[in-house]
Write a protein that binds this ligand. Structure first.
Ligand code: SF4
Length: 495
């Protein structure tokens, strides 16, 4: 939770320049945008050797450098997976002292794998200065990694992160084609090059049409995103962008249109119009016939709107029952639908009555209370369970930031402080980094629990997880008896 002192120190630094803000990112953490990733020197360090694995039997040790496989240079994880898939491998290694040696490994069955892990590669830095870039709009004292502007096609392939493609060199494109790194996730924003360059903050950029043509020729599929800035790439410009992207289907598999987010930390950045309720309503109304026509023509909705549009407009996001594979879920398309996918299981899991009264505060963003209505209505059918929703204003980024993924530990802490009489506090799991449960403002879940002294539990999945996260706490061990609902059955089976 933010102390008074830290809030004051943040506001004192409010006038830091963009240059100062970006200087916080450690340049040694990234490969410069001007460097071709495909031309990086070979050699990756072994970070783990599984016991009894082919790699261990071959004498490979943690800390050694793997230089090539079957004569092919290994520059990173992608090369390692790609060339390591062969049956017969001659691996060129260097030991800790730099002495070279060769290891021969023969796989007996297609299921055999080396049992080796290599160190994560250094990601490539982005060379853009997008007018809506979230990194440019960060206050001080956030999680350190947030200040790194990475843009790396390898991460796009491995993790689905979006890239603009503006730092792709010819050798990178050749590698994408030869290793079939597909699908990739490409931010398009606008097909008109002047509009695109304005949005990307670049004077020069490889035209997006060239990238599209290259991908089409080499059968590399892509998912696209358009960050929509009112008055810049909407209206006729959006029509043109959609027309072109759709003409590249099936190379272009899906197109997500997401509203720009503007924090209160935009000193020195271009003036942009925010997406407010009036704009979102008019935008949805105007685009509806176009989206329906696209769905009819292609048989599925290639162009998709982030749920945030509907929530800002005060409308219900659409259901995707007919299209269960949601390619742009990470972009917020279909999140509400996804949350309710296991609603029937949640209903089954809920007992008719709790053994003791249990009061829950569901802490969420200002946009989300309507999303929780249905699950809370269900939970209130359980005698003894009471849930109140606490929409939390985002004071760290500004009131216009209203999505759950950007809620900070300090704001959540304030909400809990003002509503101290609950047995349990639920949080949306997406405001925490998974592996260390750290909020964007560098506070950890454990810090927050300590500061408030409260039982705080994140909800990581959908409706079922919402119910089970409550039941796991509300039904104390002394009350557990085998019942007829999913949670108790599961608990009993595991105990
Ligand atoms: S591509 Fe644009 S939005 Fe992404 S990190 Fe770079 S400047 Fe920011």
């Amino acid at each position: 939770m933010a102390t008074e002192a830290s809030e004051t120190s943040s506001s004192n630094k409010r006038n830091t320049t963009l240059r100062e803000r970006l200087a916080r990112a450690d340049p040694s953490l990234t490969v410069p945008a001007s460097v071709a990733v495909a031309e990086l020197p070979p050699g990756v360090r072994i970070s783990h050797v599984m016991s009894g694995s082919l790699g261990e039997r071959g004498g490979i040790l943690v800390g050694e450098k793997l230089v090539s496989i079957n004569g092919k240079p290994i520059r990173d994880t992608v090369d390692f997976y790609f060339h390591g898939a062969d049956d017969r491998l001659t691996i060129a290694m260097e030991d800790a002292a730099g002495n070279p040696r060769k290891v021969s490994i023969r796989k007996e069955t297609p299921e055999d794998h080396l049992g080796l892990e290599v160190e994560q590669f250094t990601t490539q830095h982005c060379g853009c200065a997008c007018v809506f870039c979230f990194v440019h709009q960060l206050p001080d004292n956030m999680r350190k990694s947030l200040y790194v502007k990475d843009e790396d096609y390898r991460l796009s392939f491995l993790q689905g992160s979006y890239i603009t493609g503006t730092n792709l060199k010819d050798s990178d494109l050749e590698r994408i084609a030869s290793q079939r790194l597909s699908p990739l996730y490409i931010s398009t924003h606008a097909i008109d090059e002047d509009v695109r360059k304005y949005l990307l903050g670049l004077k020069k950029a490889r035209p997006i049409i060239e990238v599209l043509q290259f991908f089409k020729k080499h059968r590399i599929q892509m998912h696209s995103q358009i960050v929509l800035c009112p008055g810049v790439n909407d209206g006729a410009e959006l029509d043109r962008t959609l027309d072109t992207l759709l003409s590249f289907h099936p190379t272009v598999q899906s197109i997500a249109i997401v509203p720009l987010g503007m924090t209160k930390w935009r000193d020195g950045l271009p003036d942009l119009k925010p997406v407010d309720r009036t704009y979102a309503k008019a935008f949805l109304k105007g685009l509806k016939p176009r989206l329906a026509a696209i769905e009819k023509k292609f048989g599925h909705p290639i162009a998709l709107l982030a749920d945030e549009w509907y929530l800002i407009a005060g409308l219900k996001p659409p259901s995707y029952t007919r299209y269960p594979d949601l390619p742009q879920l990470e972009n917020g398309v279909g999140m509400v639908y996804h949350f309710y996918k296991d609603f029937a299981e949640a209903r089954k899991a809920l007992p008719a009555k709790l053994p003791r009264p249990w009061r829950v505060a569901a802490v969420t963003s200002t946009l989300s209370p309507p999303v929780l209505e249905k699950i809370i209505e269900l939970c209130h059918q359980c005698e003894g369970l009471r849930i109140d929703v606490y929409p939390t204003v985002n004071t760290v980024f500004g009131e216009t930031i209203h999505v759950t993924g950007l809620l900070t530990g300090s704001d959540i802490g304030k909400t809990i402080k003002h509503a101290p009489f609950y047995d349990q506090y639920l949080l949306p799991g997406n405001c925490l980094r998974k592996y260390d449960e750290r909020f964007l403002d560098d506070l950890t879940l454990s810090d927050l629990r300590q500061q408030t002294g409260k039982l705080i539990t994140p909800v990581l999945g959908g409706a079922l997880d919402f119910v089970e996260t409550i039941l796991e706490q509300a039904i104390g061990a002394e009350h557990r008896t085998p019942g007829d609902h999913v949670f108790l059955k599961k608990h009993w089976a595991n105990s």
